[in-house]
Design a protein around this ligand. Structure first.
Ligand SMILES: C[S@@+](CC[C@H](N)C(=O)[O-])C[C@H]1O[C@@H](n2cnc3c(N)ncnc32)[C@H](O)[C@@H]1O
Length: 289
């Protein structure tokens, strides 16, 4: 595969909702959440009728590389590139690809998706993103979508999966956390409306307006119950997530309670036998004309 040089610039302040990108909590949260989402959605490309037709694939904001590595395992003909602004994530993703013995078909590069995507025109068959709303402000979408279209071949696919902002948890403390999170996501410019569907309701329109054709969507409901493997994964992501997101909620003036008490209460409530969570995600995809 061709290689692309690492950008020389140092990491700069990020629009991502986690500012400290060297944070171990964040690495653990993204790792567990990645497995949780892929498993619950039924794989990396569950709605695509024949994923093997995609030979060159890019994943934007690839995090720990979990989506890419799973795609490489499932589709032996695919060549995949992941980009992420965090050097720490990229280093970790490379190690994971080595361990999974797919590094001959997988590359990872530190790259800021809000700048230029440093790839030739019409290079990829599929350009994918998942949870990019975590760093995209509403005004960032036009440029990134233009770039995604530029580097996708005619007839190729642009695909994005984003979550609802609120999760529906039986824990009142967690619901209090989600309301604060929605407040911060809106005030920081990540949501098109101060609403739980402030990103996903707008995805199909964004893809269509920026030139994708035959835009389609598929919704997924991720269910997690206490006492199951999925429930344990959810507990882990929330235990790390509530800690990691605190500076973001503080920065946007959205903390409206004793945060430490809310955190402890949420951990207790997630351990109750009756605890249950539903998290809705939407995948939208379209064809590059
Ligand atoms: C919520 S995580 C999702 C990771 C992965 N897509 C997944 O679904 O498991 C968002 C990722 O976007 C990365 N990120 C944040 N700002 C970015 C930017 N400007 N360009 C590229 N990646 C960025 C973060 O470092 C983080 O790894």
């Amino acid at each position: 595969m061709s290689t692309y040089p690492e950008p020389p610039q140092k990491e700069h302040p990020s629009t991502y909702f986690v500012q400290n990108r060297d944070n171990q909590d964040e690495l653990t949260r993204v790792t567990v959440q990645d497995h949780m989402i892929t498993a619950s959605m039924g794989g990396v490309l569950p709605e695509q009728p024949d994923p093997a037709i995609f030979r060159r694939v890019l994943d934007v904001g690839c995090g720990t590389g979990g989506w890419i590595i799973e795609a490489a395992r499932q589709y032996p003909e695919m060549l995949l590139i992941g980009i992420d602004v965090s050097k720490r994530m990229i280093d970790y993703a490379r190690e994971q690809a080595e361990a999974a013995q797919v590094s001959d078909r997988v590359e990872f590069h530190a790259m800021d998706a809000l700048r230029i995507l440093e790839f030739p025109d019409e290079f990829f068959d599929l350009v994918n993103m998942r949870c990019g709303g975590s760093f995209m402000r509403t005004w960032d979408w036009p440029k990134l979508l233009d770039e995604m279209l530029r580097i996708t071949r005619s007839g190729g696919i642009i695909r994005d999966t984003e979550p609802e902002i609120l999760h529906y948890d039986t824990s009142p403390a967690l619901m209090q956390f989600w309301e604060m999170f929605q407040c911060a996501m809106f005030r920081s410019g990540h949501l098109f409306a101060e609403d739980t569907t402030g990103i996903i309701a707008h995805l199909p329109g964004l893809l269509t307006r920026h030139g994708c054709e035959q835009v389609q969507t598929r919704d997924h409901a991720l269910e997690h119950h206490a006492g199951t493997e999925g429930g344990e994964a959810y507990y882990t992501t929330m235990m790390h997530g509530i800690r990691t997101l605190r500076p973001f909620l503080d920065k946007w003036g959205c903390v409206n309670c004793d945060y430490d008490a809310m955190y402890q209460q949420a951990l207790t409530e997630m351990r109750q036998d009756t605890f249950h969570s539903t998290w809705n995600l939407r995948t939208a995809w379209g064809i590059r004309p």
